[in-house]
Design a binder for this molecule. Sequence first.
Ligand SMILES: Cc1cc2nc3c(=O)[nH]c(=O)nc-3n(C[C@H](O)[C@H](O)[C@H](O)COP(=O)(O)OP(=O)(O)OC[C@H]3O[C@@H](n4cnc5c(N)ncnc54)[C@H](O)[C@@H]3O)c2cc1C
Length: 314
Amino acid sequence: MTTPALISLDGIKQLRFANIFSKKKEVEIWTNEKLRLDESKCVIKGSFTKVISVLEKSKKERKCKFIGYDDLDGIIKKSLSEKKEAEEKLSSFSDGKIDRVVVVGEGLKIADEVAEEVVRIPFTTVRETAIRIKDAGIKYILFSAGLQNRAIAPRIAVELDCGLCADCIGIKRDLNELRFLRPANCENVIAEISIEGKFAMATVREKEDSVGKVVFGIGYGAKDRIEDIEKLAKKYGAEIVASRKVVDEGLIDYEKQVGLTGKIISPAVYVAFGISGEIQHIVGIENSTTVIAINKDKDAKIFGYSDYGILCTL
Ligand SMILES: Cc1cc2nc3c(=O)[nH]c(=O)nc-3n(C[C@H](O)[C@H](O)[C@H](O)COP(=O)(O)OP(=O)(O)OC[C@H]3O[C@@H](n4cnc5c(N)ncnc54)[C@H](O)[C@@H]3O)c2cc1C
């Protein structure tokens, strides 16, 4: 981030300096006697966003059954034909839509489910966009949670002096209010959040279109087999995604990264090729109905998150 910047820390006893070339300096402590911040605007009292409830995410228990590579085709076809488990319905507007919302920029299909009228405001500059939002006089302002919007939205929220709920996965209606659902605690729980104030902003993840489909995940262990895997993917109309290590290496584009710092997918079948199964990857794929892992290491963590395992060298 650019400086000066305000960083709030909780429970950190010692600050770590950036690298060995940084000079250690005495840490100056500023209290509010020096900062003179309006205390009604600090900590929870000052927050526009309030957590209304926290839901445990229901996790599918998986027991890995080891199969041979030749069984892969049969298992993919079988898994596709099985009836998909009822999906957790996160967005609900059975009591009707609210009147109007603003969407800044492109996309965000969910906006049409939320409101009777969707007013679209293109992004120009932070200040100009904030003025146009003010002029529209509509409380709820939504953005799709893309990389660019994750940077723009907080700056517009500062201009509007309003709350922002970032990276939501669903929206609910409560009387005339919208409630935003966002993952917390490493995607293990879902927090339901309300936003007080004249304006309320949220960045919302686009619904991904992998539902009901086959997705192939390329890990570092499959980095030399990308072409073969892409060929195989064509057979099932499968989308290709990748682990962060493969993306960091520049082998696959960032848009395809799955996991904590990538996208979350929930396909009918996820096939992990040469992926170790670190939790930061798993959070992106654990909603898949069937997970099949191919790995040469029998102790690879990925097998603990899979329905089927294939022990082989790719
Ligand atoms: C803050 C943070 C955020 C992160 N966000 C993400 C994220 O969004 N997404 C993500 O994926 N990761 C993320 N990571 C990184 C994550 O922790 C792992 O480092 C990464 O997922 C590992 O990628 P991998 O499984 O492809 O590679 P590796 O860990 O190198 O695993 C390769 C696997 O392939 C197997 N293998 C090797 N060769 C073969 C072969 N020839 N045939 C078969 N198997 C083979 C190995 O046994 C091993 O299990 C994040 C990490 C941090 C700290």
